[in-house]
Write a protein that binds this ligand. Structure first.
Ligand SMILES: Nc1ncnc2c1ncn2[C@@H]1O[C@H](COP(=O)(O)OP(=O)(O)OP(=O)(O)O)[C@@H](O)[C@H]1O
Ligand SMILES: [Mg+2]
Length: 218
């Protein structure tokens, strides 16, 4: 039942991603084009307006970037076509770019993730996505590490950082990110362990039994 709910949520996200892309994306592109055309005309007839038209362009460009970012979160584009490994790599890379060297994000994958059912791949991707967002928001870490291991009997995912965390946060107390991770893990009959690293930092351990893979496939 809960797995069904999560699948419904993914369907809804896909729908939203499509709508955002098709509706908002087109409108913003149109605004941008009109602003460029105003700037062009104003250049000849009313130079004072050029700066204002350019301003509209910059705002719509910024909104387009936000929409693109949101689309990436709603529906990781490569997950369907290129698989989990490529998708995680580009997620980690995008955080490295965004952090500008403040936090160094690393990814290691052992085992074959091409055989994972899509639903499970989406779950793992969503968990890593939330962990990395949390690291950038809360940890002030210099290093963050994502390790995914696919073995015969289980999948383990460990996300660690060397940031400021000195005690395990109470799940659900401030936000819903960790809560969502826990729900996803429980629904796949897995185990979630939160611990504190030495001397400080946060460690999230997820273990999903292969049974979960079979269930997710059903
Ligand atoms: N890597 C981390 N380092 C330090 N503190 C963390 C880390 N991850 C989570 N936390 C703490 O745990 C709390 C709960 O995290 P959670 O993801 O559930 O909520 P949030 O990130 O605050 O909000 P939301 O995820 O709903 O946007 C955070 O508010 C933060 O205090
Ligand atoms: Mg969070």
């Amino acid at each position: 039942m809960a797995v069904k709910l999560i699948n419904l949520q993914e369907q809804e996200r896909r729908y939203l991603a499509r709508e955002l892309h098709d509706e908002l994306g087109q409108c913003l592109a149109a605004i941008n084009a009109v602003a460029a055309s105003i700037a062009h005309t104003a250049d000849q007839q009313c130079p004072a307006l050029v700066e204002e038209a350019d301003h509209i362009s910059r705002i719509s460009q910024h909104m387009m970037d936000s929409v693109r970012d949101l689309l990436g979160r709603l529906r990781p584009a490569e997950l369907d076509e290129l698989g989990l490994s490529v998708c995680l790599n580009s997620l980690v890379e995008s955080w490295n770019v965004r952090s500008g060297g403040k936090t160094h994000y690393q990814l290691s994958i052992t085992g074959d993730c091409t055989a994972l059912p899509e639903r499970l791949a989406v779950t793992l991707f969503r968990i890593v996505q939330e962990c990395l967002t949390n690291i950038s928001k809360h940890s002030a870490a210099a290093n963050a590490n994502v390790a995914l291991a696919i073995n015969e009997n289980a999948i383990t995912l460990t996300v660690t950082d060397d940031g400021i965390a000195s005690q395990v946060p109470p799940i659900g107390a401030s936000g819903i990110g960790l809560l969502g991770i826990r729900e996803r893990v429980i629904e796949l009959h897995g185990r979630l362990t939160l611990t504190i690293a030495q001397p400080h930092g946060f460690i999230i351990d997820v273990e999903l039994p292969i049974l979960a893979v079979a269930k997710a496939q059903a």
